[in-house]
Structure formats: C-alpha cells, structure tokens
Write a new protein. Structure first.
Length: 264
C-alpha cells in the first residue's frame, strides 16, 4: 500500500513555500473554529502570527450536528480568511465538505481539510486527490487506525501524495471530555506509515484547560504538529467556544512548546 513504510521507508515531508510538515520543524495551525467576520479573521490572524505559528485555520463551511446551528460564512468566509492570511503572512487551512466546492476552496487556501465526519466520504477523497493541494485528513469519530489509513490510501491512490493525518479524538464511553484523544495513534501511524501526523487537542478534548497539557503530550508522542482553536472571546464564539484558547493562553502555549521543541 502507498501509505505504508514498506512502500516508502523515508518520512514524507510536505513543503509549502518555506514551511515543511513532517520534517524537523513542528508546525502549528491555529485559528478560530469558524470564520465569523472580517474583523474576527484579521484580529485572530495577527495573534496567530505573533505566537509564531505559520498556518492559520478557520472554517467557512462547518459540519454542524444541528442544521439550525451556524453553518459558516461559505465563500465570504474564505475571502475574509484569505485577506487575513495575506495580511499576516500565514498559510491557510480550511475544511471542504462537498465535492462541488473543492476547486473553489482550493483557490483560497493552501491545505484542504477533510473533517472527521467525512473521513470515509470516498467521493470527496477522490475529488481532493485530484487537486494539487496538500490534504489534512482528520480521523473519523469512530474510525479505527486501519480505516483511517485506508481513507488516506484513497487520496494517495488518486494521485495526491501530500496527505497529513490528524488525530482529533474518538468516541468512547467517556463523556467528561468531548472525545478521547488517542495519542497512541501517533506512534502507531509513524510505525505503519511514512505520512506526517498532527494532533488536534481542541476537538480531542472539547475543553480549553486540557488543550495545553495534551498539546505537549502530543509532541512528546512524536506528532509533527498541532491544530489548535483560538478565539479572542471564546464565550462569544459561534462554534466550539468551550475548547478555544484565549489569545494569551495561546501565546503562553507557544512559548512553552518552543522550550519543549528545543530539547527534543
Ligand atoms: C474543525 O476542525 O472545526 C472540525 C469540525 O473538526 P472535526 O472534523 O475533527 O470534528
Ligand atoms: Mn471546531
């Protein structure tokens, strides 16, 4: 199989300009769960940049459990995100939910995110395989590691070798945390595949207080990076406020990560 270590022994390193994912450098993707306004995107981009991350996240098409919840600003959100990213000098990652919007989203962002709920949307996997953008493939809510790797295989087999895996927690009997962050998946992915793997401690725990310790644990486990939700006013966020870091907590985490990265 194309994702396997047998097929390729060396780690895959994805290069976007001078940013590498899967190489020696740790990459942090940070930003709001959803782009909410032009002002919010511009404000968060500045904070993300100041903290030292190179990549900004922000959803414009949101996979919400309820159809009555905020669904994202769609193309307007992509415009705000692109403007904010350009102004701050950040790469961008945003979720694609539908085969019909892959090309549109690819025009605005550097990395296409496949959300947990679409991990086995095979038509969507085939479609992003045809784009020339790196794909961030989140683990499904109840996907085994084997199923997750096979989903990556769809993208690789479709002709796109730039796949980044993302552990974001799985459904278990535990309800204290939103999901159970399966950090053992990180060394397992490293053993079985040559693909970069990052960790999302925000969705993985659902609680902002747990983001800092689990982010550090992810790095200790061998993750190539992190994706973290940051919001200037989490209590006012239109989605995922309880798991979003306030700017000062994001800055503090970045400072602590720098110290950890230095001694690895
Ligand atoms: C997100 O990144 O905001 C998101 C919806 O993540 P997931 O697909 O992991 O739930
Ligand atoms: Mn979110």
């Amino acid at each position: 199989k194309l994702a396997s270590r047998e097929f390729q022994a060396e780690d895959t390193v994805i290069c976007i300009g001078d940013v590498t994912i899967g190489g020696r450098e740790l990459q942090v993707m940070a930003g709001p769960c959803a782009v909410e306004s032009r002002e919010q995107a511009l404000e968060i981009a500045k904070i993300v940049k100041k903290g030292g991350a190179r990549i900004m996240r922000g959803g414009a098409y949101k996979p919400r459990t309820s159809p009555y919840s905020f669904q994202g600003l769609e193309e307007k959100g992509l415009e705000y995100l692109a403007e904010a990213g350009r102004a701050a000098g950040l790469l961008l990652v945003s979720e694609v939910m539908d085969t019909r919007s892959v090309d549109l989203i690819a025009n605005y962002v550097d990395i296409l995110q496949i959300g947990a709920r679409n991990m086995q949307n095979f038509a969507l996997l085939r479609e992003v395989a045809k784009s020339n953008k790196p794909v961030l493939l989140k683990r499904g809510l109840s996907a085994t590691i084997e199923e997750w790797i096979m989903a990556a295989e769809y993208i690789l087999a479709g002709g796109n070798s730039q796949v980044i895996l993302c552990e974001r927690g799985i459904r278990t009997f535990e309800t204290f945390t939103r999901n159970t962050l399966d950090l053992s998946a990180v060394p397992v992915i490293k053993q079985l595949t040559h693909l970069p793997v990052i960790v999302d401690p925000s969705h993985g725990t659902g609680r902002w207080e747990l983001v800092n310790p689990m982010a550090k644990a992810a790095i200790a486990a061998g993750a190539d990076g992190l994706i973290i939700e940051v919001h200037p006013q989490p209590s006012e966020a239109l989605s995922d406020g309880p798991q979003s870091l306030k700017p000062e907590r994001y800055m503090q985490l970045m400072k602590e990560l720098e110290q950890i990265a230095l001694c690895v």
